[in-house]
Ligand binder design. Structure first.
Ligand SMILES: [Zn+2]
Length: 588
């Protein structure tokens, strides 16, 4: 049940229907209205939601007044809840937060901070789900070693890989996390505990785990990725956990990404986040980021994007225009908090810039230039050229074998095996990482070109990119005088840091005579509309002022999750809608 307007309007609507009305401002935007000194309703001015507090007789007067037809035998509680399932604010929504961070990151600290705020400020219960002790250990207890930290972490990585491999499902851990959540909920229900629960999963290691949790919990699932530099993580593992440098290097390298599909894939999972936080030694910094994240998802209407968030989102928006066959990359150049140009990865066209679809003014038909973009040619030139190089190399090696006399000492089967092996080795060699033969202009290059076409200097500017620049783009970024690069997704094949170590550095600190490549922190592009748009996100609309023009205060204590995780399927909600329209239509 809802009322939109100001308190005077609400009192006017109620007067004459109930006696001796009194309203008082309870906390912030919430008003408590009494009749004959008995509690009648709580009304939230920001969301318009009415919470019914009175007995059934008075409640029925209210239902009539607000055009909600009530069955007298219907309990007030259920009535209100039924409305809420279809309405915009559902106060009992659960939420699931999945943490992602490379090995050695302070994920425990992150968990504690989120838990502290959720409990103290947002009035939620928190259930922490430990992937290692509650999931991996349950299935692989005999494999877990406890002698020292290196063996312990390594045995958990091995066991995680085994679970994914044996089950033939890379989302195994996520599926089991859902099992744990379901069991915890059942137990809590038995104990009569609050339904307002946040589940924090510490931690996830594979992109398919993230995809699975989004399938299950949809917009009630939030991924928070924690960035901590490899130097800081190494120091922590060596000094605090007593590991050897060599052991740390092994774990860090392995954790980032293994070749096997069921291996560790932290790097592929990291950039899918709804929110990116960093730990650079500042505990306060981490705390402030966490509170900002929670305030955003709990509908604080006064938080707006930072310029870095805005420009990174613009880079993502730019990437959407790419028709590249393998991936969409976007980039933006900005200076003094002004966007100078945008770019995406696509095929260049005569006259400058990249192909856009062409709109036929007469028929309205939208088409792409024939023989232009890669898909119009039905092939990726880079892949084709790499195949030619591999074939050429394989043929030369096979000829060498034939002419070397090796074949005379082997039987036919052995020769076939040897030839197969050579093919495998060449095809899986670093040849596959070559990007040289692509027809596409990379997004970073296109945003630079865009500036040059319009005579805009790029000296001292910042470049925002959805992916870590490749070494080819990196050298042009340096040459263009860019001083700062903000990136989201890591790109392991890039040699930028190796090739240009004298003029490029990674991290958050400015360095003399070096371009700083900075990992992005803040709201991830995928969640931008949901947290920043007052009306376009999936959750309830945000309200910033009352009708008389004063701002409406927001407080964590009184806030509701903006995008609620409704406990009903769409089929059940459809049934609720049918019930409701049946009751409402009696009045029509
Ligand atoms: Zn590039």
């Amino acid at each position: 049940m809802k009322f939109h307007g100001n308190i005077d309007g609400l009192v006017e609507k109620l007067s004459g229907k109930v006696e001796k009305l009194k309203s008082n401002q309870k906390e912030g935007v919430v008003y408590n209205i009494t009749s004959n000194d008995e509690k009648l309703i709580n009304w939230n001015e920001a969301t318009g939601t009415i919470e019914v507090l009175c007995d059934a007789d008075k409640a029925n007067i209210l239902f009539e007044l607000f055009n909600v037809v009530s069955d007298k035998t219907y309990k007030i509680d259920n009535e209100t809840k039924q409305e809420n399932f279809l309405g915009e604010v559902y106060t009992d929504s659960e939420l699931v937060i999945g943490l992602v961070g490379a090995v050695g990151s302070r994920l425990g600290q992150l968990t504690d901070i989120l838990k502290g705020y959720l409990v103290d400020r947002f009035k939620y219960d928190v259930e922490v789900i430990s992937v290692s002790s509650q999931i991996i250990k349950k299935y692989k207890e005999d494999k877990i070693q406890t002698n020292d930290e290196f063996s312990r972490i390594k045995s958990y990585m091995d066991s995680g890989n085994e679970l994914r491999n044996e089950s033939n499902d890379n989302s195994f851990v996520a599926l089991d996390a859902a099992r744990v959540i379901s069991e915890v909920r059942e137990q809590r229900e038995k104990e009569g505990k609050t339904k307002r629960v946040a589940y924090i999963i510490n931690s996830l290691k594979h992109d398919e785990e993230i995809k699975r949790l989004r399938q299950i919990y949809s917009e009630g699932f939030y991924q928070v990725s924690l960035y901590e530099s490899s130097q800081r993580r190494s120091e922590y593992l060596i000094k605090d956990k007593g590991m050897q440098t060599q052991q740390v290097d092994e774990l860090i390298q392995r954790d980032e990404g293994e070749e096997k599909g069921h291996g560790q894939h932290t790097r592929d999972a990291f950039h899918l986040a709804d929110y990116f936080v960093k730990y650079d030694g500042s505990y306060d910094g981490l705390r402030n980021s966490c509170f900002r994240f929670l305030s955003l998802i709990f509908g604080d209407p006064f938080i707006t994007p930072t310029f870095d968030e805005f420009a990174t989102y613009m880079a993502f928006t730019s990437s959407l225009r790419s028709a590249d066959l393998s991936r969409q990359v976007g980039a933006v150049i900005a200076r003094d908090e002004t966007i100078l140009s945008t770019g995406a990865n696509d095929i260049p066209k005569f006259g400058g810039g990249l192909y856009w679809p062409v709109v036929d003014k007469v028929t309205g038909e939208v088409t792409d230039t024939s023989d232009g973009r890669d898909y119009k040619r039905d092939e990726d030139s880079n892949v084709k050229e790499k195949e030619k190089i591999s074939e050429d190399l394989i043929n030369s090696l096979l000829k060498l074998i034939d002419s070397s006399g090796v074949s005379t000492s082997k039987n036919e089967g052995e020769i076939t095996t040897l030839k197969d092996e050579i093919q495998n080795v060449v095809k899986n060699s670093k040849i596959k990482d070559i990007t040289e033969y692509g027809r596409v202009v990379h997004a970073e290059m296109e945003t630079l070109m865009s500036c040059s076409r319009e005579s805009i200097s790029t000296k001292g500017a910042t470049l925002y990119a959805t992916t870590f620049p490749c070494h080819n783009c990196a050298k042009h970024i340096i040459a263009a005088g860019i001083e700062r690069v903000v990136f989201v997704e890591p790109y392991p094949k890039s040699k930028a840091l190796d090739f240009h170590r004298e003029s490029v550095t990674i991290g958050f600190d400015t360095a003399d005579n070096k371009v700083v490549f900075e990992p992005f922190v803040g709201v991830g592009a995928r969640n931008f509309l949901n947290v920043f748009s007052m009306s376009l996100g999936s959750g309830y609309a945000l309200k910033r002022k009352s009708k008389n023009g004063s701002t409406l205060p927001w407080s964590a204590n009184d806030s509701q999750l903006r995008t609620a995780l409704l406990p009903y399927s769409y089929l059940e909600r459809e049934d609720k809608a049918k019930d409701l329209i049946q009751r409402l239509s009696k009045n029509v």
